[in-house]
Design a binder for this molecule. Structure first.
Ligand SMILES: Nc1ncnc2c1ncn2[C@@H]1O[C@H](COP(=O)(O)OP(=O)(O)OP(=O)(O)O)[C@@H](O)[C@H]1O
Ligand SMILES: [Mg+2]
Length: 378
């Protein structure tokens, strides 16, 4: 057993802190291995990035013919940035001496060749430099480089594009998506896994018939991890680090964190820190309270930044109201009108405070919800 903490917060859940997702892993793996494009959607911190990495690691350990290219579009604001990242992910994913990799790639361009260099700060990663002219003139060639390479080498490539919804903020997002699709749909050796947490944007891209990526691949809505998976995981992680926790206490952790992957790990980690050898219900509860205290400044700040109408709607959701646009709820929580409810709800979704599907909404952070109930709205 590694001398490492058994729970993880703020990083991807790696193999020894990864639980369940057996069905999701199989689902993804099957599609990857058969060249089917996929879209993965879930609220923030449910574990999309972890699942994608974990699945890639699994495939790479079993099969040498696959190459995974990872791009995080979090900071990618323009098409030019996109092409740079697209190529950079590729040139760093393939094997070989850098000179031969660069030479190989240059061969796929007819006249304007992007430049490659090592950054002074990091001589393990090749950086791509694309000026505006090259990125415009060579865009089509750039998008086809991986496919050409894969065909030439008999490889399969899987491109994993995190925070994909960000392409929606480019200058002409629909034209850009059209261009991507026009190329990607002809690729036989390269497939694409696109994931992101802005559900309404992702659904709009992939499920509305007027959009270029309509039905481009299969969509998976990633769910929380079930309590029945958390309990044995938490018990095992304690045991492996020479501490103990009962099933009952582990269940309490999962329940307090409402099975939300990030918050379960966060609470479990704090409980683990506070346990010398043997956990207890008191330790679980005091750890929860500590976390609430720690976070309360942030929660207060969130509340300072929203309108009173948004606060009213938050209250309604917090207290479990489901039919938010009915006259009764509107009156009780002073929500003005059903049209107001809809725009206010969207604002709360954009702030990533609430999320919902099929008409039911919930507060994303279970501790925030507890704080609202026990402190703010008390
Ligand atoms: N399969 C898993 N097993 C255990 N913990 C997990 C799992 N997946 C996610 N987590 C926990 O949730 C946290 C968030 O995971 P991750 O960053 O993969 O989510 P995400 O959906 O990509 O989030 P974001 O939308 O913010 O990018 C991880 O740090 C980890 O604590
Ligand atoms: Mg992520």
């Amino acid at each position: 057993m590694k001398e490492e903490k058994p729970f993880i917060v703020g990083n991807l859940a790696d193999s020894f802190r990864f639980t369940n997702r057996v069905k999701e892993l199989e689902w993804l793996k099957k599609r990857y291995l058969n060249g089917v494009n996929v879209t993965l959607i879930s609220p923030r911190r449910y574990g999309k990035s972890s699942l994608v990495r974990y699945t890639a690691d699994k495939i790479l350990s079993e099969n040498k013919d696959y190459i995974f290219c990872f791009i995080d579009l979090f900071n990618v604001k323009t098409e030019q940035d996109f092409y740079t990242q697209y190529l950079e992910a590729f040139v760093n994913a393939i094997k070989g001496k850098w000179e031969s990799r660069v030479k190989e790639i240059a061969g796929y361009f007819k006249y304007l060749i992007p430049s490659f260099s090592y950054q002074a700060s990091d001589n393990t990663k090749l950086a791509v430099k694309l000026d505006w002219e090259t990125s415009k003139k060579s865009a089509d060639e750039i998008l086809d480089v991986p496919e050409k390479y894969a065909q030439a080498k008999g490889k399969k490539i899987i491109y994993c594009l995190d925070e994909f919804q960000n392409v929606g903020f480019f200058d002409d997002p629909v034209a850009f998506q059209k261009k991507l699709r026009a190329h990607w749909q002809l690729h036989k050796q390269v497939s694409y896994c696109m994931y992101g947490s802005k559900r309404h944007m992702m659904v709009e891209f992939f499920n509305s018939s007027s959009m270029p990526f309509y039905r481009f691949g299969e969509i998976m809505f990633l769910d929380k991890i079930h309590e029945s998976d958390w309990v044995p995981f938490i018990v095992r992680q304690f045991e492996n680090s020479k501490k103990s926790i009962t099933e009952n206490e582990a269940q309490l952790i999962a329940q307090y964190a409402e099975n939300h992957p990030f918050y379960v790990q966060q609470l479990a980690l704090n409980v683990w820190f506070n346990t010398a050898r043997k956990c207890s219900v008191e330790i679980v509860e005091s750890s929860l309270n500590d976390l609430l205290m720690q976070n309360s400044i942030l929660y207060q700040r969130d509340m300072d930044q929203i309108t009173s109408l948004q606060a009213n709607l938050l209250k309604a959701i917090c207290f479990g109201e489901e039919r938010l646009t009915t006259g009764e709820v509107i009156k009780k929580y002073k929500l003005r009108s059903s049209a107001n409810v809809v725009t206010t709800r969207k604002a709360l979704e954009n702030k990533e405070l609430v999320d919902g599907m099929n008409g039911t909404y919930e507060i994303l952070d279970p501790l925030f919800k507890r704080w609202l109930k026990e402190v703010y709205f008390k």
